[in-house]
Write a protein that binds this ligand. Structure first.
Ligand SMILES: Nc1ncnc2c1ncn2[C@@H]1O[C@H](COP(=O)(O)OP(=O)(O)O)[C@@H](O)[C@H]1O
Ligand SMILES: O=P(O)(O)OC[C@H](O)CO
Length: 477
């Protein structure tokens, strides 16, 4: 029997799944990851904690029959490390971190936004890696840069898995750095000069489905950004197919085939995945804090004890009691791209209670997706009839029903919610030749439940009120 090991190194936590040749889950393990908030708007991860977790996850689920490894990671989060000591030079700066907003504004004032979008398909925002790498380089003045390597989490883990032999990334992760030219699939010298990033520090860029190196003799045969891995796992491999993943943030990604689709710069254009023959592109709506807001209710406000209980709490009241939440805890992504927006509860009156506040947080997650779907519809070849979902927060029945109601389309939830890790396994197994047919892998997936829209007019009115709340918090900082 052959096994495929898939590693999903996410923002909230790291997980490993072992799949057997018949695509059954033969083992799984998970570890939550420490979040560091050194200043308002800053978010950091300890890259060594991610590597240590990776090792222990492999140890707990791996076996001696593993024939291929697939790696998928939180995107944009990046770090510098010393290649002689193998130690990070600073904690990794997480995709949610806003510390480089002033630098982005400076570049915008210099009129560079259009050129950056043309080269990368991305918006000039602190979300992406380039300004974070620049900030890190400014911190390590005096260090011999010839010994320094830079990369996103996939590069860091690959380098460690291969004992410092391979410094590489894949097109889907590289397309999130603001340094890769979307047309050529290579680092763009103009952008490297603009951000002051030396080429020799950066990893080489390889197809997502390719042989990256070996860990303990096992080939690492696929690397993808986590949202692209979910796209792969959901079987979205052509125009018209899209998925929405509800994790720390929510990311709606639509495959656009072999063509780059340029938008009005609300949605971003990115790489879906690549292999040795083909490049697939996608458009994406990125919503920065969704599950993270639920975690915030749990850890900072201490309003709930588990994320799971929010479904029952929200359903225990007939409506939101006039309370609206704006989930701008890391600014706002699509379609606002406002780095200075901040979170807020609005509409609170004396009768508002804990249940209304919790409900308003879940409703806000669904309202954000409605804004993105309205954008995506402009570029969809056919009207959107249903939305395939996955990720930790899609477990929440209240949220999924509310999502169906606000969108007015069916929501299709798979039996295995961890589509990201499943996608990484599919990609690694296909790339290694263990599986042959992508379509067969996708067809075997089981749908757990379809949430049909209830057709409530009240929710459409509430959506408009929520948009009014969003307007109030924009340009706050
Ligand atoms: N039942 C639930 N209802 C709402 N949010 C949930 C639920 N279960 C998990 N979450 C949220 O989902 C996130 C974890 O999902 P996951 O897909 O593992 O995230 P990531 O890949 O970003 O690490 C957490 O932010 C958590 O608060
Ligand atoms: O960790 P996730 O699953 O919320 O995904 C994070 C994204 O990759 C950020 O772009």
């Amino acid at each position: 029997m052959s096994y495929i090991l898939a590693l999903d190194l996410g923002t909230t936590g790291n997980r490993a799944f072992l799949f057997d040749q018949a695509v059954n889950i033969a083992g799984q393990a998970y570890q939550e990851l420490t979040q560091y908030y050194p200043q308002p708007g800053w978010v950091e991860h300890d890259a060594e904690e991610i590597w240590n977790a990776t090792r222990s996850l492999i140890e707990s689920v791996g076996n001696d029959q593993v024939k291929a490894i697939g790696l998928t990671v939180q995107r944009e989060t990046c770090l510098l490390w010393d290649k002689t000591t193998g130690k990070p030079l600073h904690r990794a700066i997480v995709w949610q971190d806003r510390r480089t907003a002033p630098f982005c504004n400076e570049l915008r004032d210099r009129g560079l936004e259009g050129e950056i979008y043309d080269r990368t398909g991305l918006v000039l925002d602190a979300y992406f890696s380039a300004t974070k790498l620049r900030w890190l380089l400014d911190q390590v003045k005096g260090v011999d840069l010839n010994n320094v390597l830079a990369g996103t989490i996939d590069s860091w883990i690959l380098w460690n898995l291969t004992d410092g032999k391979v410094h590489a990334t894949d097109h889907s992760n590289a397309s999130r750095t603001l340094l890769m030219n979307l047309k050529t699939g290579q680092w763009d010298q103009t952008l490297l000069d603009l951000f002051g990033i030396p080429l020799h520090m950066l990893p080489s860029i390889q197809p997502s489905l390719s042989h990256f190196g070996d860990y303990a003799g096992i080939p690492i045969t696929a690397i993808l950004g986590d949202q692209q891995a979910a796209l792969f796992g959901q079987g979205c491999d052509r125009p018209g197919l899209m998925k929405c993943t509800y994790g720390t943030g929510t990311f709606l990604v639509a495959h656009t085939g072999s063509e780059i689709v340029r938008t009005d710069q609300q949605l971003i254009s990115t790489i879906a995945w690549t292999d040795s023959d083909q490049v697939g592109y996608a458009i994406e709506g990125s919503m920065f804090t969704s599950g993270a807001c639920v975690q915030w209710l749990r850890d900072e406000l201490k309003m709930i004890s588990t994320a799971q209980e929010t479904a029952a709490i929200a359903a225990s009241v007939p409506d939101n009691g006039g309370v609206y939440f704006v989930p701008a805890l890391s600014g706002l992504g699509t379609p606002h791209w406002d780095m200075s927006a901040r979170g807020a509860f609005l509409g609170i009156t004396r009768g508002a209670n804990r249940e209304h506040l919790v409900r308003s947080v879940l409703e806000a997650i669904a309202f954000q997706v409605k804004e993105v779907i309205d954008e995506i519809e402009k570029y969809s070849p056919t009207p959107i009839q249903k939305l395939a979902v996955d990720g930790g927060a899609c477990e929440n029945d209240f949220l999924m029903q509310f999502q169906a109601d606000v969108l007015g389309i069916a929501i299709e939830r798979p039996a295995i919610r961890d589509t990201t890790v499943q996608g990484a396994a599919f990609a690694a197994g296909l790339s290694a030749g263990i599986w042959e047919s992508y379509d067969q892998l996708v067809d075997r997936r089981i749908i757990d439940r379809v949430f049909e829209p209830s057709g409530s007019d009240r929710i459409q009115a509430e959506f408009k009120t929520w948009q009014k709340a969003v307007d109030r918090v924009k340009r706050w900082e």
